[in-house]
Ligand binder design. Structure first.
Ligand SMILES: Nc1ncnc2c1ncn2[C@@H]1O[C@H](COP(=O)(O)OP(=O)(O)OP(=O)(O)O)[C@@H](O)[C@H]1O
Length: 602
C-alpha cells in the first residue's frame, strides 16, 4: 500500500476522505466489470467455453427457421424434408443442450464469485481502518454484502443468463440478415443504432436513480435495525412516536427513490417497443416490396427466403426486446455489485509489510499528541506521557475529558493529528497486525450467542476447554462460575444479554487472559455492578495485569487506587500524573474527583 494511503488511514478521521469506502461511483460499466473480474477471478475462468456455449445456443435457435426456408425452396421435395427435419431437430437439441450447460456453468461461476465477494467483504469489514469502521453504519456494511449482492443474484435468476444468449442470438441474426438482403438489414440496424444511442442517456439516468435508491434503502435498513435493537430503550423512554416518525421519513425516502427509477425504466421500455414495432413493419412490408420489386415474375427473394426473413426478424426482434427490457434490471444489479465492490476494494488497514510489535510487555510513549474527530474541535491537546513496560496505569477524568480517545489512539481506532505515538519503540502507523497483542476490554463487551466457554475460547482459537477452566481459576472466577446454572456451558444469549454488564466484562477479561496480550486496555463499566461481581472484576483485573502493561480507564476510586500510577485528563489535556497516594494529597483535579467519588459512595 502506498505510504500516503497508509497515512490517510491512520492520520485520523479528520484526514480520512469524506467517502470512507473506495469510491467506484464515477466509473462506467466497463471499468466496473473489469474491477469485478479482478476481484472475482472465477468470472474469467473458462470464459471462452461459456461464450462458445452462448453462441451455440443462439445459433441453434436460428438454424431451425433456415431449414424451413430450405424445405420451401426445394418445392417440398421429399428428399429434402427428411434431412431438413433432422438438421432442424439437431439444431433445436443443440440450442436446448447449450442453454442448459450455459445456465449451469454461468450460474455456478457467478454464485461462487458472489460468495467469494461476500467472504472478502466480511474480511475487509474486519481489517479496515477502525476509524472507517467506526464511521460507516454497520447496517450499511451489512446491506452491501446481503441485499445489494442479492440484486445481482435476482438479476441472474430472472434472466441475466438469457441476456447473454439473447445477445449472441442478436449478433448471429444480424449476420444472417445481412447475408439474406442487406437492403433490409440496413434499416433494421439503423433503427437499432438509434435506439441504443437514445437509450444511452436513459441508462445513465437509470444507473443514477438506482444508485440513489440503493443508498436510501440501505439508510432505511439502518433505521429499521436501530429501532429494533433500541426497542427496549424506546419503550422505556416512551419515544415510540418520535422513532416511528424518523422511520417513516426513511421508509418514504426509499419508497420515493425506488419509484423514481420507474420513469426512466418505462421510458426505456417504450422506446424499445416503438423501435421494435417500426423494425418489424419495415422488414415485413419492405421485405415483400424488395422481393417483388422489379419483376414479379422473377422475384429477388424466393418464397422460402421471405418466410425465413419473417422468422429471422422475429429472431432478431425478440432478443432485442429482451435485452432492452433487462438493461434496467442490469443497472440495478450493477449498482448492487458496485456497492459490494466498493467495500471489498477499500484498502485494508493491515500493513503487509508492517513491523511486528516486539515481544514482551509494551512500553508506550506519546510525544506532543493532539487529536480530533472528523470536522470537530481538538479533543486531545499536546499530550506527552511515557508508560513503562509492565506498568499498570489508571486514566481518570470527568466525562468527555478524553480518556477513551487516549485509548483509541493506542489501539489505532483513531489517528493522531499531530505528535508521535510509539508502542515498544515503534511508531503505531508502522506496526503490523496488533490482534491478540494489544487488546481492549470495553465497558460493555460484545459476546456472541453461545456458551461462556465458546466466548472465552475466542481469545485463542487453539486453546482447549481445560485452558478455559485454568484461566478462569487463575483470574479467581471459579466462585462466580459456580453460581451459574451450567457453569462453562451456560448460554450467554444474543449479544450476551443473558448476563449482566459486569458478568460480560468477566467473560471478556477471561477471553483477554487467554489471548495473553502484551498491552491491555480496560474500560471500566460506568453502570452499577453489584458488589460481588465488582469484587470479581477487580480480582480478575489484578491478576490480568501481572506481567503485562495495563491501562485502566477508571470511573471509580478503588480501580484508580489499585494502579501503579494515575493519569488525570481534563478538557483534553493531561493535567496530572503520579501515584494515587501522592495525587490525593495535593490540591488539584484528582483530589476533587476522589472527594466527589467518596461523597457519591457514602
Ligand atoms: N466518535 C466521536 N466523534 C466525534 N466526537 C467524539 C467522538 N467520540 C468522542 N467524541 C468527543 O471527544 C471528546 C472526548 O471524548 P472521550 O470519549 O474521549 O471522553 P471520555 O473522557 O472517555 O468520556 P466518558 O468518561 O464519558 O467515556 C468529547 O467531547 C466527545 O464528545
Amino acid at each position: 500500500m502506498l505510504p500516503a494511503v497508509r497515512m490517510i488511514l491512520w492520520r485520523g478521521s479528520a484526514a480520512v476522505s469524506t467517502e470512507l469506502l473506495a469510491e467506484l461511483r464515477g466509473i462506467g460499466p466497463r471499468r466496473l466489470v473489469a474491477t469485478a473480474v479482478r476481484v472475482s477471478p472465477q468470472l474469467r475462468q473458462g470464459l471462452a467455453v461459456t461464450l462458445l456455449l452462448a453462441l451455440l445456443a443462439g445459433a441453434g435457435r436460428i438454424i431451425a427457421p433456415l431449414t424451413v426456408q430450405h424445405v420451401i425452396d426445394s418445392g417440398l421435395d421429399p428428399d429434402t424434408v427428411g434431412p431438413s427435419i433432422a438438421v432442424g431437430s439437431a439444431a433445436i437439441l443443440l440450442a436446448g443442450g447449450s442453454s442448459l450447460l450455459l445456465n449451469r456453468r454461468l450460474q455456478s461461476r457467478v454464485e461462487s464469485a458472489l460468495a467469494g465477494l461476500r467472504r472478502a467483504g466480511l474480511r475487509r469489514v474486519h481489517d479496515m481502518a477502525a476509524s472507517t469502521a467506526d464511521r460507516v453504519p454497520s447496517a450499511d456494511l451489512v446491506t452491501r454484502l446481503t441485499s445489494d449482492l442479492d440484486q445481482v443474484t435476482t438479476f441472474l435468476q430472472g434472466g441475466g443468463i438469457q441476456f447473454l444468449t439473447n445477445t449472441a442470438q442478436l449478433l448471429i441474426a444480424t449476420g444472417i440478415l445481412l447475408v439474406y438482403g442487406w437492403q433490409l438489414a440496413v434499416p433494421v440496424l439503423l433503427i437499432t443504432v438509434l435506439l441504443l444511442a437514445a437509450m444511452t442517456r436513459t441508462q445513465r439516468l437509470i444507473a443514477r436513480r438506482f444508485d440513489r435508491a440503493r443508498r436510501d434503502v440501505s439508510a432505511m435498513q439502518s433505521a429499521v435495525a436501530e429501532s429494533v435493537l433500541g426497542g427496549p430503550l424506546i419503550r422505556a423512554t416512551g419515544t415510540q412516536a418520535r422513532t416511528r416518525a424518523r422511520l417513516d421519513v426513511a421508509v418514504d425516502r426509499s419508497r420515493d427513490s425506488l419509484i423514481g427509477t420507474l420513469n426512466p425504466l418505462h421510458a426505456n421500455a417504450s422506446m424499445g417497443e416503438l423501435a421494435i414495432s417500426t423494425m418489424t413493419v419495415t422488414v415485413l412490408l419492405g421485405g415483400v416490396w424488395f422481393a417483388l420489386a422489379g419483376s414479379p415474375a422473377t422475384p429477388r427473394l424466393s418464397p422460402g427466403e421471405v418466410v425465413a426473413m419473417v422468422f429471422l426478424v422475429t429472431f432478431f426482434v425478440r432478443p432485442l426486446q429482451f435485452v432492452v427490457q433487462s438493461l434496467g434490471e442490469a443497472q440495478n444489479a450493477l449498482t448492487g455489485w458496485r456497492r459490494a465492490l466498493e467495500l471489498v476494494t477499500t484498502p485494508s488497514a493491515l500493513l503487509p509489510d508492517g513491523v511486528a510489535l516486539p515481544a514482551g510487555p509494551v512500553g508506550v510513549v506519546l510525544t506532543g499528541v493532539s487529536a480530533r474527530y472528523a470536522g470537530g474541535p481538538p479533543v486531545l491537546r499536546d499530550v506527552s506521557v511515557r508508560i513503562e513496560p509492565g506498568e499498570h496505569v489508571a486514566v481518570v477524568g470527568r466525562t468527555g475529558s478524553g480518556k477513551s480517545t487516549f485509548a483509541k489512539l493506542l489501539t489505532r481506532r483513531l489517528g493522531a493529528e499531530a505528535g508521535r505515538i510509539e508502542l515498544s519503540g515503534v511508531p503505531v502507523e508502522r506496526l503490523g497486525d496488533l490482534a491478540g497483542r494489544v487488546v481492549i476490554v470495553p465497558q460493555d463487551p460484545f459476546l456472541f450467542d453461545g456458551t461462556i466457554a465458546h466466548n472465552v475460547l475466542l481469545g485463542r482459537a487453539s486453546s482447549s476447554r481445560a485452558d478455559v477452566s485454568r484461566i478462569l481459576r487463575r483470574l479467581g472466577l471459579q466462585e462466580w462460575l459456580a453460581t451459574l446454572p451450567e457453569g462453562l456451558d451456560t448460554a450467554v444469549g444474543v449479544r450476551g444479554e443473558g448476563l449482566s454488564i459486569g458478568e460480560r466484562q468477566l467473560v471478556a477479561l477471561a477471553r483477554t487472559a487467554l489471548a495473553d496480550p502484551d498491552l491491555v486496555i480496560f474500560d471500566e463499566a460506568t453502570s452499577g455492578i453489584d458488589p460481588a461481581t465488582d469484587a470479581a472484576v477487580q480480582r480478575a483485573l489484578t491478576s490480568l495485569t501481572e506481567g503485562r502493561t495495563t491501562i485502566s480507564i477508571a470511573h471509580r476510586m478503588p480501580t484508580a487506587a489499585s494502579a501503579d500510577r494515575v493519569l488525570v485528563f481534563a478538557d483534553g489535556e493531561l493535567v496530572q500524573s503520579g501515584s494515587h497516594d501522592v495525587l490525593v494529597a495535593e490540591p488539584g483535579p484528582y483530589a476533587a474527583l476522589v472527594t466527589a467519588w467518596t461523597q457519591r459512595a457514602s
